[in-house]
Design a protein around this ligand. Structure first.
Ligand code: AMP
Ligand code: MG
Length: 326
């Protein structure tokens, strides 16, 4: 079975062709970069619409397949930015209808978890999902992926990007902040906001900018920003692992590319006799392959969708999906 997956929840539009063994035949993406400021949803959606035809053709070409070979069309149904989701859903519906192939809407957060589970070989992990818009600690329990902790305001990637924008770094700023942080020499005090199993980042952003205004070095603020926010999510993840008695932690989302974060989570895992798993970078960031693979899992579990079931859901909750494949 060959599935064509389309991702488009935020700044990245991706098209990928994946088979039932999770062999990735092609996995292409293009990223919308705002000229200034943050993501403008309508502009991002226009970007996706402009890129999609090219990505579709190139994806088939790279996979050496034709449209006729596609058995299933999967797309990111949410959560995400409305205009981006609608653009991708429209493309998926037209493909499905014109090819006569079934369609499957996929929850983006679950897709991060499933591609990680399949490609890293972990079985029943706690997923620490850290991306631009999302920050969640997710694990499987009784037929659902449940959220055990999450951000109460902005995503952790958003924290880094917003901070970066204020200090004149390019979007997305995570990688540049990581580099600057390596030269940090002292840990500055920032609000450590863990509330129960949830975290909040907006106060840290304000406090970090205040530190700069007070004359602290950018490198020190960057390393303190990473140290504090990463420690918060690591703490919540550890607590989830302890309560759920899970021995695997899986990282996902663009922020999982960060080596300081990986070191911190790995250290936590090792200290409790658990193991950390990280997918390859191209499968950590938003990508079509994870959508295609999760589409295949859902389809093979017997799930079916008519076009009337493919409305997008900007606030699609991770725990809204019945998991028929576990
Ligand atoms: P995603 O939304 O999953 O595609 O991930 C995008 C987010 O990941 C953006 O907020 C980036 O700033 C962030 N990101 C990418 N690479 C890194 C890195 N090396 N360190 C920290 N954040 C990163
Ligand atoms: Mg994502």
């Amino acid at each position: 079975m060959l599935c064509l997956g389309i991702e488009g929840t935020a700044h990245t539009v991706g098209v990928s062709i994946v088979d039932e063994n999770c062999r990735v035949h092609s996995n292409l993406q293009d990223m919308y970069e705002p000229l200034e400021g943050g993501i403008h949803p309508r502009e991002a959606a226009n970007h996706h619409a402009e890129c999609l035809i090219h990505l579709l053709n190139k994806s088939l070409e790279e996979a050496r397949k034709g449209f006729d070979d596609i058995d299933l069309v999967a797309f990111s149904q949410g959560p995400g930015l409305g205009p981006c989701l609608r653009t991708v859903a429209t493309a998926a519906r037209s493909l499905s209808l014109s090819l006569g192939a079934p369609i499957m809407g996929v929850n983006h957060c679950i897709a991060h978890l499933e591609i990680g589970r399949k490609t890293t070989g972990c079985e029943d992990p706690v997923l620490l999902y850290l991306s631009g818009g999302n920050t969640q600690v997710i694990a499987y329990s009784e037929k659902r992926y449940r959220v055990f902790g999450e951000t109460l305001d902005i995503g952790i990637g958003n924290l880094l990007d917003k901070f970066g924008r204020e200090v004149g770094l390019r979007f997305p700023s995570g990688p540049a902040i990581e580099k600057l942080a390596l030269k940090g020499e002292q840990l500055l005090s920032l609000p450590y906001s863990v509330k129960g199993m949830d975290v909040s980042f907006s106060g840290i952003l304000t406090a970090a900018l205040n530190l700069l205004n007070q004359g602290q070095k950018l490198e020190d603020v960057c390393s303190s920003l990473q140290e504090t926010s990463f420690a918060m999510v690591t703490e919540v993840t550890e607590r989830a692992m302890a309560h759920l008695e899970k021995e695997e932690v899986l990282l996902g989302g663009g922020v999982a590319c960060n080596q300081t974060l990986r070191n911190m989570v790995e250290c936590m895992a090792e200290e409790r006799g658990a193991a950390m798993f990280v997918p390859d970078a191209e499968l950590c960031v938003d990508n079509g392959a994870m959508i295609a693979w999760t589409g295949i899992l859902a389809y093979q579990s017997g799930m079916r969708m008519g076009v009337e079931d493919t409305q997008i859901n900007q606030r699609f909750r991770t725990d809204d999906v019945d998991i028929g494949w576990r």
